[in-house]
Design a protein around this ligand. Structure first.
Ligand SMILES: Nc1ncnc2c1ncn2[C@@H]1O[C@H](COP(=O)(O)OP(=O)(O)OP(=O)(O)O)[C@@H](O)[C@H]1O
Ligand SMILES: [Mg+2]
Length: 357
């Protein structure tokens, strides 16, 4: 027997065919699928149930005659209560799926927002750097060019004041030249990435080789640089921060760790970019580690600041006499932006090829 959905209340009437002193008949019943044990009903000939859920049930009834002898076989009736649509397994499955889909959607939306905020910040920085570069070029460089020209003209007017005048003039010309070179360097540094295009590994390796040369000797640690995954073109400003983080970590490892081996791992993973620097040296003093740096020294705090500027996360693990491991991760949305976004982002920043011309 199949009862309709949402049947919650049930009344079952039963009786026994014992004609001798029928009022003294005793009953007990049990609803399989609901009751844990038998319900003693006494002489009552009705069973009531409320709050039934959907499912299969069997109602069993036993009776005893006026002498108290129970009929163990009893009688039974099978029935089921149909589920409402929201009580079905597929519906619940869909709700769970929808919940996880919504969570996933939220996560994607949050990543997208983070990337948007980061890109906006990046664009503002690029704009600011380009503005400073332009101002430097239009003011500092131009005025120095003018001074240089003036001095060169003055040189023709001092025939009368012989040697010392010429010497002074030469000094000024040298100074002006030095200032122009300095200004040019500043403009170069502001306008473009300092890292050779798309070759972070090479830039880091060559920086490490410089440190190896500086620390040449029997205690010089062995440096290895590994690249995992297909090398990708990071946005210039992200690349700069990553490169500077790698340089500071390498400097620290060479200067402080007394390590035998230093390893740099650059991972272009599908979901994120990862930079890991490991050394097997003496480890960072726990007090310095907890404080996040040593007073008056800016290397370690700078690492975290740069990681944030690059839109990534930086973690430092270190244990005394076991070494240090520093890991930077940057989500793929920031590290490998889609070509269109990247084109917009690099607008105003000359390419490295242009720079090296
Ligand atoms: N790889 C390492 N192994 C052992 N100790 C380290 C390592 N890196 C950093 N330290 C310790 O942490 C301290 C703080 O490092 P941090 O880079 O902030 O300063 P610094 O290198 O001393 O100076 P600077 O400001 O020039 O970077 C160091 O003085 C050193 O004691
Ligand atoms: Mg340092």
């Amino acid at each position: 027997m199949r009862l309709p959905a949402l049947t919650r209340e049930l009344q079952v009437d039963y009786t026994a065919l014992s004609l001798v002193d029928a009022e003294k008949n005793q009953f007990r019943y049990k609803l399989e699928g609901y009751d844990k044990g038998w319900q003693e009903a006494g002489t009552r000939r009705q069973a009531f149930y409320t709050n039934l859920g959907p499912g299969n049930y069997r109602i069993r009834v036993m009776a005893a005659n006026n002498s108290g002898v129970w009929n163990e076989a009893g009688a039974s009736l099978d029935f089921s209560v149909a589920p409402a649509y929201y009580q079905t397994t597929w519906f619940r499955g869909c709700v769970v799926l929808a919940f996880f889909a919504a969570l996933w959607g939220l996560h994607r939306y949050r990543l997208h927002q983070m990337a948007r905020v980061f890109n906006a910040r990046m664009e503002a920085r690029v704009g600011e750097r380009t503005r400073v570069a332009r101002d430097l070029h239009d003011t500092l460089l131009q005025s120095f060019q003018g001074v240089l020209l003036k001095f060169s003209t003055v040189k023709y007017l001092i025939h009368s004041r012989s040697d010392d005048a010429e010497e002074t003039l030469d000094r000024y010309i040298d100074q002006a030249r030095a200032a122009i070179t300095e200004g040019r360097d500043a403009v170069q540094g502001l306008r473009s990435s300092t890292v050779v295009a798309n070759d972070l590994a090479r830039a880091v390796t060559s920086f490490g080789q410089g440190l190896t040369a500086d620390h040449a000797g029997p205690d010089c640690p062995e440096l290895r640089v590994f690249v995992e995954g297909k090398s990708q073109d990071l946005p210039p400003l992200v690349r700069d921060e990553v490169y500077k983080i790698a340089c500071e970590c390498l400097r620290n490892a060479f200067r402080h760790a007394h390590a035998k081996r230093i390893e740099v791992q650059i991972g272009y993973e599908p979901r994120q970019f990862r930079l890991r620097l490991l050394d097997n040296g003496k480890g960072i003093d726990p007090e310095v580690l907890i404080a996040g740096g040593r007073a008056g020294h800016h290397g370690l705090p700078g690492l975290h600041e740069r990681a944030e500027l690059a839109g990534g996360k930086l973690s430092v693990w270190s244990q005394l006499n076991s070494g240090t491991e520093i890991e930077l991760t940057i989500p793929a949305a920031i590290a490998y932006p889609k070509p269109k976004t990247r084109a917009a982002k690099t607008a105003g920043v000359p390419s490295e090829r242009k720079r090296s011309e």
